[in-house]
Design a protein around this ligand. Structure first.
Ligand code: ADP
Length: 482
């Protein structure tokens, strides 16, 4: 039983046109705690007709919301941020109960999720336009930025709060309305955010949170001409389906899809910094993030040393329920995910790799974090996203080989590399075909941009931000954050 300071944040209803409603059919979906399989709550399974009503309400609400002064939208968003911070213990408790991540990580995610609301509350007042010299003396070109209208968000289970605020805060700040369909594995955090948005004064229909069967809701949202934009974070397969479904109405789309992030350690890297970075890049949320390092490419001269140091740190990670003190690795979200990690280990071992630590099932959905050495590109871990607490170590000899191995995937979301050679930082950063490069440069400290809103398209001249000896290249290849 989940004990909260404010029990009203845990709800079994959806936020539809300013009211908290159940499905007319009475249908519900159970939400399970992945740590022990117990039921955390139930949420409505809304019908396509009920989703259509949400779209109508969002359209109606848009007419008023867009006309508010930006300052007034900003004040409401700022109140939402304040309420998220004030209720962060409860929000984190709900998140850990339905998602499994350790409480400390859940609290961190709430702060991160709230930061989007804070940021866009401020940016709401700064939606500037442009004036451009006209082609003729009597012409002036003026660019106005206007809200696109009703928007929809479909979000994943691995960041049950941040993936919602990252989409909803900019939409609301701009004057759009939004319908959020959270993942069915983690809808309770989303609904709690809806409770706080309502208390903050977000008007009826401006932000709606709907739950139910993914495919049917996705179809209604994408088929609607009223919904002008869809923002989706999730798997590449589902992204492809949604993109196709959005084509007939030529909807605007923001997609953040799968990854297969390389984590490259060069001979000249600060190995301790690289191990430290690897722990975060690989084991956050038990390896269940789209920007998680999936393939460790380690130069032969430091391979054994890196493997030894990493294995020592990984063996010390405590696995267990996210509510238990000191736990660093919570349960996998569901059996399918745990089984995939086990299949990747079995495949690698059958093809000659060695498991130097961990990799065992501890019961239920608890997996020991593992490190594999002697991994080759013939193994499944080379091409598929493992999405779990497993670090496979590939060896390489030259920089060119590392770049080629890193790019040998259809994914291009995030990449990490460690070196102390500044010229190499530039070469490798430019050679990696990835949207987000995380680099440990001269200071040996990485600039982490995971899950950050992507700032620019590399092909559109994505800028390199260089500060304090640390280098980050935000950009996009095939994946755009919502
Ligand atoms: P993951 O593997 O992370 O669960 P998915 O892409 O399957 O990634 O899911 C991401 C989100 O998309 C979830 O909220 C899920 O319920 C939803 N979803 C899955 N399939 C569809 C679909 N066909 N249409 C709309 N939403 C979908």
């Amino acid at each position: 039983m989940l004990t909260l300071n404010d029990s009203s944040l845990l709800t079994d209803s959806c936020l539809l046109d300013g009211a908290w409603v159940k499905a007319r059919s009475g249908a519900t979906i159970a939400v399970a705690n992945p740590a022990d399989g117990s039921e955390v709550g139930r949420v409505p399974s809304l019908s396509p007709e009920e989703i259509s009503k949400a779209i109508t309400a969002a359209d109606r609400a848009f007419q008023g919301w867009r006309l508010l002064a930006a300052k007034d939208r900003s004040i409401i968003l700022r109140r939402w941020f304040d309420l998220m911070i004030a209720n962060s213990d409860d929000l984190a408790a709900i998140m850990t109960a339905e998602q499994g991540k350790p409480l400390a990580e859940a609290r961190g995610e709430i702060a991160y999720a709230a930061s989007f609301v804070e940021w866009f509350a401020e940016e709401a007042k700064r939606v500037y336009g442009d004036t451009i010299p006209g082609p003729q003396a009597d012409k002036r070109l003026t660019v106005l930025r206007q809200p696109v209208g009703v928007t929809a968000a479909i979000t994943p289970w691995n960041f049950p709060a941040a993936m919602i605020t990252r989409k909803a805060a900019p939409a609301l700040a701009a004057g759009c309305t939004m319908i959020v369909r959270p993942a069915d594995l983690t809808p309770l955090t989303a609904l709690a955010l809806g409770k706080l948005a309502e208390r903050a004064g977000v008007p009826a229909g401006v932000l709606q949170i709907v739950t139910g069967e993914a495919r049917s809701i996705g179809k209604v949202l994408t088929a609607s001409d009223t919904v002008r934009k869809l923002s989706f974070t999730g798997s590449t397969e589902v992204g492809r389906i949604l993109m196709a479904q959005c084509a007939p109405s030529i909807k605007r789309l923001s997609l953040e899809l799968g990854g297969n992030a390389p984590f490259i350690v060069f001979d000249d890297a600060d190995l301790d910094a690289a191990v430290e970075g690897a722990m975060t890049a690989k084991f956050r949320n038990a390896g269940q993030t789209c920007v998680c390092a999936n393939r460790f490419l380690v130069q032969r001269g430091v391979y054994d040393a890196f493997a030894g140091k990493l294995a020592e740190r990984v063996a010390a990670l405590k696995v267990g329920p996210g509510t238990e003190a000191g736990v660093a690795i919570g349960p996998m979200i569901e059996e399918k995910g745990a089984a995939k990690v086990e299949a990747h280990i079995a495949d690698a071992l059958a093809k000659g790799a060695s498991l130097i630590t961990g990799g065992k099932r501890l019961g239920g959905l608890m997996l020991e974090p593992g490190v594999l050495t002697g991994v080759t590109t013939a193994m499944a871990v080379a091409q598929e996203e493992t999405f779990g607490p497993l670090a496979p170590l590939f060896a390489f000899d030259t920089e060119e080989e590392a770049i080629a191995m890193a790019n040998d995937t259809i994914f291009g979301l995030a990449a990490y590399f460690y070196t102390r050679d500044y010229a190499r930082v530039v070469r490798v950063s430019e050679g990696l075909e990835y949207g987000m490069d995380v680099v440990a440069g001269a200071s040996g400290r990485a600039v982490l941009l995971p899950e950050a809103p992507v700032l620019a398209d590399r092909d559109n001249g994505g800028a390199a931000a260089i500060q304090d000896g640390r280098v980050a290249t935000p950009g996009v290849k095939g994946a755009i954050a919502g």
